[in-house]
Write a protein that binds this ligand. Sequence first.
Ligand code: 13P
Ligand code: SF4
Length: 322
Amino acid sequence: MVTAGVNFAPSRSGTFDLADEIAELKRERKAVILAHNYQVPEIQDVADFVGDSLGLSYHAQKTDADVILFCGVHFMAETAKIINPTKTVILPDLEAGCSLSESCPPEKLAAFLKQHADKNYYVIAYINCSAGVKALSDVICTSGNADRIVNAAPPDRNILFVPDQNLGAWVMERTGRKMDLWQGNCYVHVEFTARSIRKIREEHPGAPVVAHPECTYAVRMLADEVCSTEKMVTFCKNSPADAIIVVTEGGMLHRLKKEIPNKTFIPGPTDNCFCGECRFMKMNTLEKAVNALRDLEPEITIPEPIRKRAEAPILRMLELSK
Ligand code: 13P
Ligand code: SF4
C-alpha cells in the first residue's frame, strides 16, 4: 500500500507492509511499543501493550527495552521518559498534546501556589499534565487510582487537585475529601451532554452506560459505571448486557470489540456533529510510528532538574497503587 504525502521509506523487502516494517525495526532497536486505548486501530494492533495511563506507566517502569515508542499523547511519553532517563523515548508526532494538560501551564500553577502560600497545599496532579506541573506536585494520580491517592493524602493538609475539575469533583464525591479544584477540562469529554446520553438510552433500552470520569457531573449521574478506560474493559466483560453505551473517546471501541467480540458497543453521542475523537491522539499514525522507530525521533527530552523533581511524585503514585 502506498500512502500519498506520507514520509516513509519502503521496507528492505521492497513492500510497504507497515506492520512488518515496524516489527523488524522493533527488533533492531530493541524497542517496546506502548499504546493508549485511544490510538488508531492499526497502532493498537502492533503494540506490545495497550492500556490506560496507569497500566502504561507501570509498563514503562518495568521495561528493559532500549527504546520506548510511546503511541499516546505528549504527557504520557514524557511520563515514560521521567522514569526512564537513560532510555530513548519517542512519540510518533510531537504535536500530539492534550487540551487538559494545556489548561494548567506550570508558570500559572507556580504563581497560584505562591499567591496561596498560606494554604500550604498538598498538590495532587492528574497525570494529564506537563513535566513542569508534575515537578510542582506532591503526588500524581490517574483515573484508575485517583481514590486511592486522595485517600492516602495527609489528613491535615489542604489539597489542590489539578488540572481536571470533572475528575477532581468525581473523586471528591467518592472519597468525601474536600479539595480545591483547578478549572481545567478535556475538550472531548465535555462534549457529551445529559441530553445526548438520555437520547441514546431511549434508543437502546437496557444498554448500560459506562462513562469516563472526565465527563461532566450531569453525564456521570446518568452512567451505570464511571471508570478509567482500562476498567471499562473489565466492566464490559463482566456486564450481563449484550450492548453497552461507551461514553469516552472513540478509539476505545476498537479495544472493546477486539477483546469482547460477542457484544455490541455503542459510541457515546454528542449534541452536535463532534466525532468524539481526540484530535491529539489521532495525530499518531502507523506511518509516523514507523518513521519514529527508523529515525529515533521525535525524541522526548526534559531538562534534568525538572525531570528529577517530576520523578518523585510519579514514583510515589506507583508505590501507592501497587
Ligand atoms: P485513562 O487513563 O482512563 O486511559 O484516561 C486517559 C485520558 O487521556 C482520558 O482522556
Ligand atoms: Fe487530553 Fe482529552 Fe485527548 Fe485525553 S481525550 S488526551 S484528556 S484532550
